[in-house]
Design a protein around this ligand. Structure first.
Ligand code: HEM
Length: 340
């Protein structure tokens, strides 16, 4: 599979592209070569954790493959609340690059975009950085309650519910811009009530004092049996001081995109309706798109998994590397191939 679960990155590049009409077969070739390009860059800095994840949007899927769509893949539908809107914006391909050094992400982005240059247009490009102790530009530590280990893998990788695409995942991205002047004019206590955690030491508020419109309250969700519905996030701050642009690039991975979409409904419409997420009064979603993340095997040789052997073909519990990557990361390329 592609390396979706990672420790928090130090640097990231997020590219969203649209694919030109008629360029489908060229794009398929670039997708097949993406693991090789990643190895070319990561092998020169093997301890700096470069990884690449490629996602494919619903419209492009139908153009590229004569195969059924993965069950959860659809164009992201905008979510309109009484006050705030989660927009849906164009995107055929998502490229999510992470490393401990910005130069590695930049170099790989350069090579991938050079290969795609005549075939696709970059419609959004964000270079994210680590801000102190994993803080967002609102000043809060972001990522604390991400699931880890087996819980993270269960949250993100498709299992038997879609046998043709076991080991795949879904990823939803939104680029948010913050009104930092307005946010910083709030007393810290009010900021903490918006997030649901303390600012300095990142401790969650007790349930009886955590406001219903806090970010944490609205994003803590359960299924009908009381099990947590979880996603894996790797948000990054970004910005430009001259332009007074201060942002959070939200990226969430899940085995079922409805988990992410339920969180978005809670945030934008509110739970109950009207109790929308207070951070949206200071954060505007400028983009929004959903992608399917196929396995690395699939990128190199597109074919559905055989249902009969799906269980042992490419599952989290049965891969040939130790960290969840089957070839698009950096630390498992000792055989010089890095694929399964
Ligand atoms: C402006 C954009 C956003 C910012 C600045 C932000 C920031 C934060 C912060 C500071 C936390 C608390 C610490 C943590 O557990 O990570 C948090 C938690 C969380 N956020 Fe966000 N977030 C943003 C957007 C989103 C979106 C769009 C979603 C879902 C679609 C989301 C889902 C979650 C979840 C699931 C948690 C953990 C809740 C828990 O179990 O305690 N976030 N976020």
């Amino acid at each position: 599979m592609q390396q979706v679960v990672e420790p928090p990155a130090k640097a990231a590049v997020f590219l969203v592209l649209t694919v030109n009409a008629g360029s489908e077969s060229d794009v398929l070739e670039v997708l097949a070569d993406a693991p090789g390009l990643t190895r070319s860059v990561s092998f020169r800095a093997p301890h700096d954790g470069l990884s690449a994840v490629v996602g494919i949007g619903a419209h492009l899927w139908d153009r590229l493959y004569d195969l059924p769509r993965p069950v959860g893949l659809h164009p992201f539908e905008e979510i309109v609340g009484a006050k705030h809107r989660a927009v849906s914006t164009p995107g055929d391909l998502l490229i999510h690059l992470r490393a401990r050094r910005a130069d590695l992400c930049f170099e790989l982005a350069r090579h991938l975009v050079a290969r795609l240059a005549d075939h696709a247009t970059v419609v959004d490009e964000v270079h994210g950085f680590t801000y102190f102790d994993e803080r967002d530009l609102l000043g809060f530590v972001d990522g604390t309650e991400n699931p880890e280990g087996a819980d993270a893998e269960a949250a993100v990788y498709i299992g038997d519910e879609d046998p043709a695409y076991v080991g795949g995942s879904y990823v939803l991205v939104q680029k948010y811009l913050h009104d930092l002047d307005a946010w910083n004019a709030l007393p810290v206590e009010e900021q903490e009530r918006a997030i649901g955690r303390s600012k300095l030491d990142d401790i969650e508020m007790a349930d009886d004092i955590k406001p219903a419109n806090s970010h944490v309250a609205l994003n803590t969700i359960e299924d009908a049996d009381g099990n947590d519905r979880q996603i894996v996030r790797d948000n990054m701050p970004f910005g430009a001081v001259g332009a007074q642009e201060f942002g959070t690039y939200f990226i969430g991975y899940a085995a079922d995109p409805d988990v992410i979409e339920e969180m978005l409904r809670n945030m934008f419409i509110g739970k109950p309706p009207g109790t929308y997420d207070r951070i949206l009064d200071f954060s505007t979603a400028k983009t929004g798109a959903l992608f399917f993340v196929p396995t690395a095997d699939f990128l190199e040789d597109p074919a559905p998994a055989e249902p009969a052997d799906a269980a042992d073909r490419d599952t989290p519990a049965d891969r040939t590397t130790t960290d969840g990557s089957l070839g698009i990361g950096s630390l498992q390329h000792t055989n010089g191939k890095g694929t399964t």
